[in-house]
Design a protein around this ligand. Sequence first.
Ligand SMILES: Cc1cc2nc3c(=O)[nH]c(=O)nc-3n(C[C@H](O)[C@H](O)[C@H](O)COP(=O)(O)O)c2cc1C
Ligand SMILES: C=C(O[C@@H]1CC(C(=O)O)=C[C@@H](OP(=O)(O)O)[C@H]1O)C(=O)O
Length: 399
Amino acid sequence: MFEYLTAGESHGPRLTAIIKSLPAGLKIELDQINEQLYRRQQGYGRGGRMKIESDKVIINSGLRHKKTLGSPLSMTVENKDWQNWLEIMAPDKERAEAVEALTNPRPGHADLPGALKYNQLDLRNILERASARETAARTAVGAVARQFLNELDINIYSHVVQVGNIKSKTWNQIKADSPERFSSEAAKEQYFAELDKTPLRCGDGQKTAEMIELIDSWKENGDSVGGVFEIVVSGVPVGIGSHVHWDLKLESRLAAQLMGLQAIKGVEIGAGFKGAAMPGSEVHDEIYYDKEKGFFRSSNQAGGIEGGMSNGEEIVIRLAMKPIPTLAKALETADLISKEKRTAAKERSDVCAVPAASIVGEAVTASVIAQSCSSKFGGDSMEEIRRNYESYLEYLSNF
Ligand SMILES: Cc1cc2nc3c(=O)[nH]c(=O)nc-3n(C[C@H](O)[C@H](O)[C@H](O)COP(=O)(O)O)c2cc1C
Ligand SMILES: C=C(O[C@@H]1CC(C(=O)O)=C[C@@H](OP(=O)(O)O)[C@H]1O)C(=O)O
């Protein structure tokens, strides 16, 4: 369940997402999908396209009276920009004389490998689908998964912890500063909700000012900016995912699907690369037992996953986003046809999209956790899943 497909080109008529199967009886609020689509469009450093689009979901199948039917849920998001690309992107007309081919591939984009692989002489035939416009469809899918996870009291948050070379505190560091502050879910929810009102989704005002300065000055030089964001999943019960096969491991599923997000070049779970330099005694989270809480840890270097399974602590994932490939100060390239030296294509572009990527990261994470939860709790209807979920929690509390 929660397996899905997306389709659509960046400047075509619309994006489509189909979630192949869902439990029946899951309540879906369209407003909540639209809220996630809105969040994805925000953030300092985005380009002109976001002024054109105002993404809204249309449900085409699988939902009746706000409840899923268990049948494929099909959704579309219109590309408003399509109206400006009718000739260039026409699906049903021969190519017009006026439609010029793009032949100067951008280093860092899909242009060149895609053109060679698919035997294309116009880079647009590659970049249209490679474009991160597609992430609007994945955000809609994730917004459905999130509504399912909310039924199981699972929440997904994110924040930006690095823009260019400016770093702010990670979630573990923020919590270590004031351990009592985030003891309730409501406090976490409020902290992360406030970030949506900030320009870069970073909780440190001083660092945000420095990050904005960096984006402005790199932009002025015709350059682009990458960064790092963190995803925090709370409320996942112990035992989601499995150690028995590599492809069932929760971290392998998260890493694969999150690396499938445009421009993501690194993924860490918990202490990640830092942990490699530390002694085991400082990395592994000691195990305690309390009658109320059951088994628990006083630290979370594992990032909530051991042996491919959730261990009941928060799941903490960090993702590195490379700088945007389209540069105003275009890099050198070689023409696809003449093979002569050229400068790379300069399409209108984002300069920094780390905050937007963090929202898509939440959505992709929601889909993965929903896939793994529905396989753990089974069932064709929400009632059945809820029964299985509650009886599992009861079993754990009596263990
Ligand atoms: C939210 C988001 C917005 C992006 N915006 C742009 C953009 O405006 N211009 C650009 O060249 N690349 C942009 N990218 C990155 C490219 O889509 C990506 O680098 C390209 O598809 C090549 O794939 P790869 O980086 O995963 O190898 C964006 C990525 C994301 C996640
Ligand atoms: C459209 C979106 O992102 C786009 C991702 C993108 C790329 O090459 O990945 C290039 C830009 O598209 P355009 O060339 O139309 O300005 C971004 O705006 C979006 O996020 O909705």
